[in-house]
Design a protein around this ligand. Structure first.
Ligand SMILES: [Zn+2]
Length: 73
């Protein structure tokens, strides 16, 4: 009996959903691995991206504040 073919929600690859497959039922074996370079690397990049955006916003806020102070005095 063939295993059902599922499409991985992470990488969109088709894979056989075997009864003993570890991890999520909607993820291929590669993407089910906790240390899969793809998802882990993406998460880290998103965190870095968020951090640099926050830093840029903070820098912009500081610049605006300096500008306002200079205008007031
Ligand atoms: Zn996958």
């Amino acid at each position: 009996m063939p295993f059902p073919i599922k499409v991985c929600v992470v990488c969109s690859e088709e894979f056989e959903l075997k009864p003993d497959k570890p991890g999520y039922a909607n993820r291929c074996p590669t993407c089910s691995e906790p240390d899969a370079a793809g998802s882990a690397g993406k998460l880290r990049m998103d965190a870095d991206e968020r951090k640099s955006i926050a830093e840029a916003n903070e820098a912009r806020r500081q610049a605006m504040k300096n500008l306002l102070y200079r205008k007031d005095s």
